[in-house]
Design a protein around this ligand. Structure first.
Ligand code: PHE
Ligand code: ZN
Length: 854
């Protein structure tokens, strides 16, 4: 078979076409003879016919050079292309294959590939077929035995899934290691790693007394930067025992950090592989945001051991079964070790600015999609984060005890098997969830809207709620929407304490018989449902709620809505309208900074340009930026003293990683950014001093970000120093690229062009590509320019043959052309058409481009 055969012609895969596998593979023994240029993989599969049928066994394979094929010990002729189709007479057989693959030439980073001199794998979702012939679908679970062989000098460490069972020296300077995984698993959870790695070791004893050897494997110089990830791992292991009753189930748990990786990290059984940026941290090189993402992602991958691995997905339409649930679990974990209100603010902000945007664009899909061209395109904010919000709603509707009984039931009923979202819902239903009414959430795309208004009559106050489907969702049933609601008097007195309203019909009225006289409505407190509430309350109401609400999230939300209203009022009027109410609210909020600095920092942060743009059917990013900059300057002139005080009085030693210290640093950074609104010399000088004198990366980055957007004379010097100091650290060099591409300056596009020619710009490294180009696309005022569209399209075309998954990520920004004013949107569309016309496009990019144009 030719090693270069193309993936077959684009064809939609549909949920409705799902059929259980014809053949099972109860056991696989894999023998991998590792070599970067030419690795040989011998596989022995025990296959069994499932049920009575005469259909052949079909084994997926891509870019494999087939060297030998035996069925029950008998040599077979070698077919020359496509998946292997084998007619088998009996109900069971042993299939032996030998293939050759070329990891050093694998730039897609799917299957077996080289990263920094080491070899590693990525198999989810369909990478295992690039390693050997196998039914590469998640509902085929096998027992795995793996033997690895490699040169002992180049690859002293040999890791795979499960428990280590043997290792030894071979002739010719080679060695081997054998791994046995007792838990049946699908091929997407297979992993191997070979390389020069050093362990950072620890140990964890599970509740039932199993001692687990933990190790994080990294390059020698990075060993001192593993302590934080290791702590997070141990905390996550304890959390899953306490909160979900889930224990770890192998003798070892290994994490490996690699610098070339398409996503954040991967939950391979017993051998998690991480993008190095989500492992390595110390206060000198990592920001607080980095520390928090590392804890969250380490926990996420660990939690997959149960939600994903012990119970896996039947097919890829069930992706949110493992991802939504696991994101919810990692969110609970992060809240438990940090500041819950701040964590919830960040989650809601992400949903509103990123997931709502996806749901209103060409890639909108249900949490359980019903068709895809390329499944890699569906690892999305909708599947992950909206999926997590659905789990959160169930948790809230059922209460934590019933929810826990339901997860126990789900794990018990499906352990060792491949399950569906329907199975999960059935377990919830058995513990009291009204599944019939809840389930439509999984099948409907778009963001639901809820109209809410208060009226008064002699009998008190009435809350009128009406839900409507998003465009395109006409005909779908009403959703079950849990909304936490409270009422306040205009003086800020609590009139009706928070309660959960279940809106399960198109309209509903809720009576508050004891509330007479004017009342302010606080609704969707804590973001209990991923919906838009309409209309926005008037600015006076928002000002009062921002001051008086008893819940920090709700105060945050009110202040954000107030800022948003002010921006939209200016944009609507075409001229700046008064900002006095916003300024007063910001000043009042700043006064509370002694109690909760982290909350204050989040609350006074202006809504991003992206979020403001999202509120328009057709956004004008330049106008959005102008209005937002005007508001920033008003806040600066109206709250200058308070901002300087917050800047000087906040901050904390970098070594202190407590939530309060993080909050103090965050507030210092946010205050600095506000102080830089007018490029005043006093502020830029303070920023430069903060940059040079910082005792840790959080302060240093905050200062660099502020300077990078300014016209300060200190700007160039700071960028130059940063490169000098950290140019050898890939993660920090990524930050250096990202900061420049995210700059608000008018010459940002020129800078990005120049950076693509920097010797450190490496198109084969996804982190570097994302640092430059996703920072640009996330910078609306600078991205929305025809020249930037052309630059991005060129990059997509150059990247697609190298790494289609990353190319397709970049293409998402262009696919949204309808959401821009036509002067811009049509230019984006032209670039999409140019991409669509290119020969040999990957399925990944084709799907995004076609949806964008369709
Ligand atoms: N399953 C991984 C996670 O969310 C994400 C991932 C998907 C990683 C595909 C690599 C490839 O934990
Ligand atoms: Zn995951």
């Amino acid at each position: 078979m030719a090693p270069m055969d193309q993936p077959s012609a684009p064809l939609l895969t549909r949920l409705a076409d799902y059929r259980p596998p014809d053949w099972l593979v109860p056991h696989i023994a894999l023998n991998v003879d590792l070599d970067p240029e030419r690795t040989r993989v011998r596989a022995r599969l025990c296959v069994e016919r499932r049920g009575r049928h005469g259909r052949p066994l079909i084994l997926d394979g891509e870019e494999l050079e087939l060297l030998s094929l035996k069925v029950d010990g008998k040599e077979q002729p070698l077919p020359n292309h496509g998946p292997l189709t084998l007619a088998i007479a009996g109900d069971a057989a042993t299939i032996e294959t030998e293939v050759a693959i070329a990891p050093a030439a694998n730039t897609r980073l799917m299957g077996l590939y080289a990263s920094g001199g080491n070899l590693c794998t990525q198999c989810e979702p369909e990478g295992f077929r690039r390693i050997t012939f196998f039914p590469d679908r998640p509902d085929v679970l096998a027992r795995w035995f793996v033997r690895l062989e490699a040169d002992a000098g180049r690859f002293p460490v040999l890791l795979s899934n499960g428990n280590p069972v043997a290792q030894g020296i071979l002739e010719g300077g080679r060695h081997y290691a054998e791994w046995d995984d007792p838990h049946p698993k699908p091929s997407y959870l297979f992993a191997l790693v070979a390389g020069k790695l050093r362990p950072f070791r620890d140990r964890f004893t599970t509740r039932s007394g199993r001692s687990v050897d933990l190790a994080i494997w990294v390059a020698e110089q990075d060993v001192p930067r593993c302590a934080h990830a290791m702590d997070a791992l141990k905390q996550a292991m304890a959390f899953d025992e306490e909160v979900y009753g889930r224990e770890y189930d192998l003798d070892v748990f290994n994490i490996v950090a690699v610098h070339d990786f398409n996503f954040g990290a991967m939950e391979n059984k017993g051998l998690n592989i991480f993008n190095a940026r989500y492992v390595l941290a110390d206060p000198a090189t990592a920001t607080d945001v980095d520390f928090d993402s590392i804890s969250g992602i380490v926990a996420h991958e660990y939690f997959h051991n149960w939600s994903g691995n012990r119970v896996t997905c039947r097919d890829w339409f069930q992706l949110s079964l493992k991802e939504g649930f696991t994101v919810f679990r990692d969110q609970q974990f992060s809240a438990s070790i940090g500041s819950p209100a701040v964590k919830r603010i960040e989650e809601a902000r992400f949903m509103r600015s990123v997931q709502f945007a996806e749901d209103a664009g060409p890639m909108a899909h249900a949490v359980q999609p019903d068709a895809y061209l390329e499944i890699s395109n569906f690892y999305t904010p909708t599947v992950y984060n909206k999926g997590a919000e659905l789990i959160r709603m169930m948790h809230r509707l059922m209460g934590p005890e019933a929810f826990r009984r339901a997860t126990d039931r789900y794990f018990a009923e499906h352990d060792g098997r491949a399950a569906t979202i329907g199975d999960f819902l059935a377990a919830m239903g058995a513990e009291g969830l009204d599944v019939g009414r809840f389930e439509p959430w999984y099948h409907q795309k778009g963001t639901p809207r809820v109209a809410a208004r208060l009226t008064q009559n002699g009998g008190g106050t009435v809350l009128h709620l009406a839900q409507s489907n998003p465009p395109g969702g006409e005909g779908a049933p009403p959703l079950l929407i849990p909304l936490e609601v409270a009422l306040f008097s205009p003086e800020g007195e609590l009139l009706a304490p928070a309660r959960l309203v279940e809106l399960g019909e198109w309209t509903k009225e809720i009576a508050f018989p004891d509330v007479h006289g004017p009342a302010l409505l606080s609704i969707n407190r804590g973001f209990t449902a991923p919906v838009r509430i309409e209309p926005a309350p008037d600015r006076a109401t928002l000002s009062r709620l921002a001051a008086c609400d008893d819940d920090p999230f709700a105060r945050y939300d009110a202040l954000q809505a107030l800022m948003m209203s002010a921006l939209l009022d200016s944009l609507g009027a075409g001229t700046e309208v008064g900002h006095a109410d916003v300024v007063a609210a910001v000043r009042r909020t700043l006064e509370q900074r002694g109690q909760d600095p982290a909350f204050v920092a989040e609350a006074i942060l202006l809504p991003s340009e992206t979020l403001v743009g999202e509120t328009f059917d057709e956004a004008d990013p330049a106008a959005v930026r102008a209005a937002r900059e005007a508001l920033r300057r008003s806040i600066l002139s109206g709250a200058r003293e308070e901002l300087w005080a917050a800047f000087h009085e906040s901050g904390a030693p970098a070594a202190d990683l407590s939530p309060r210290a993080k909050g103090l640093r965050r507030l210092k950074g946010v205050a600095l950014s506000a102080l830089m609104a007018a490029d005043e010399h006093e502020a830029t000088a303070a920023a430069f001093l903060m940059f040079t004198d910082a005792d840790g990366m959080t302060d240093r980055m905050a200062a660099l970000v502020a300077l990078a957007s300014s016209n300060a004379v200190e700007r160039q010097e700071a960028l130059k120093l940063f490169r000098q100091w950290y140019g050898n650290d890939p993660t920090l060099l990524d930050k250096w690229f990202a900061v420049q591409a995210g700059s608000g300056r008018t010459d940002t596009l020129e800078a990005v062009k120049a950076l693509t020619a920097d010797p450190a710009y490496d198109r084969r490294n996804p982190n570097r590509v994302r640092a430059l180009f996703l920072s640009l696309t996330g910078n609306p005022a600078r991205f929305h320019h025809p020249e930037a569209y052309a630059l991005l399209a060129d990059e997509i075309l150059a990247l697609d043959p190298i790494n289609p998954q990353t190319a397709s990520r970049l293409a998402l920004a262009l696919a949204r052309w309808k959401r821009l004013i036509p002067a811009l949107g049509l230019r984006m569309k032209a670039e999409l058409e140019r991409i669509a016309a290119a020969p040999g496009l990957s399925r990944d990019v084709r799907e995004v481009v076609e949806r964008g144009l369709g």
